[in-house]
Ligand binder design. Structure first.
Ligand SMILES: C[S@@+](CC[C@H](N)C(=O)[O-])C[C@H]1O[C@@H](n2cnc3c(N)ncnc32)[C@H](O)[C@@H]1O
Length: 268
């Protein structure tokens, strides 16, 4: 078993690792203005969204967020993003999709500081917090968004229960992430059988994510080389999913599965 799978299958180990890694990473890349921390998405047949010039460099990462949202309408809605990372997705949705209020929450306090400094948009706010203990009353949100983060959480079914609690009846849970084989049953099971959530769509998106990884490879390689000590380059290239890395090869072979899900909170 490789280091990545080892970390992914041990809940306490993975929580400790991510709690150390993300603040460390944010401090190292702060100056580079990295606002997305995902593998991105490129759907060959999808219409290309219109983007402002300043957002073009983030197109593949924005496309992942747009895919995860699907046709869910954010206009005038109260939205929670759990694990917003460096806030690029939150900023994109707040600027382009017209939510009334959008809260980005993440465990990484350095990331939240980065978000507050870099994404000042009306209606958008950021807070430090844990996906496993969402600090909101029942029925607070119309939409909950969660992109490529739940593999870090120690208790995925517990997280889904938190989402079901904070969603309003009829509200949407838009989610995407990756898993290795030993994590798939718990992941899909928790999303398929929650009594308060109806699974509307599950889609395997390895091909689109692989193209996203390829598009981001030059950028992510440069980021790793610039931000991290040489000793960490191999490991960081794996986590960044650059072309040829272990994670990239696992996505190509299907050993790692990347999926998107849309669920609706039942009305009663
Ligand atoms: C791969 S990044 C994805 C960030 C963002 N969604 C994006 O696509 O750019 C995973 C994020 O999950 C966050 N995270 C890990 N464990 C968490 C937890 N228990 N509660 C909230 N956020 C957590 C990390 O701090 C990190 O920002």
């Amino acid at each position: 078993m490789g280091l990545i799978e080892e970390v992914l299958v041990r809940p306490k180990l993975r929580q400790k690792l991510w709690q150390w890694w993300y603040p460390f990473f944010t401090r190292r890349v702060r100056a580079q203005g990295i606002s997305f921390l995902n593998y991105a998405f490129d759907g060959l047949d999808d219409p290309r969204p219109e983007l402002r010039t300043e957002d073009e460099a983030d197109r593949p990462n924005i496309q992942l967020y747009r895919h995860v949202l699907g046709g869910v309408d954010l206009r005038g809605k109260r939205v929670l993003e759990v694990s917003c990372g460096h806030g690029g997705g939150a900023s994109y949705f707040a600027r382009y999709h017209g939510p009334k209020e959008y809260i980005g929450l993440d465990l990484n306090p350095e990331g939240i500081r980065y978000c507050r400094e870099n994404h000042q948009v009306i209606g958008l706010s950021f807070m430090a917090g844990d996906a496993q203990a969402l600090p909101f009353a029942a029925g607070s949100f119309d939409v909950v968004i969660n992109v490529e983060a739940s593999h870090c959480y120690p208790d995925f079914p517990g997280f889904v229960a938190q989402v079901a609690k904070v969603l309003k009846p009829g509200g949407w849970f838009c989610h995407a992430d990756l898993r290795y084989p030993n994590g798939v049953d718990e992941w899909v099971g928790a999303l398929s059988h929650h009594p308060l959530l109806r699974l509307e769509q599950m889609r395997l998106i390895n091909p689109e994510v692989i193209r996203g990884m390829e598009l981001n490879t030059p950028r992510y390689e440069a980021m790793v080389r610039q931000a991290l000590p040489r000793l960490l380059h191999g490991l960081a290239m794996d986590f960044a999913g650059v072309k040829g890395s272990r994670l990239y090869r696992d996505a190509v072979s299907g050993e790692m599965t990347y999926r998107s899900f849309r669920l609706q909170r039942r009305v009663s």
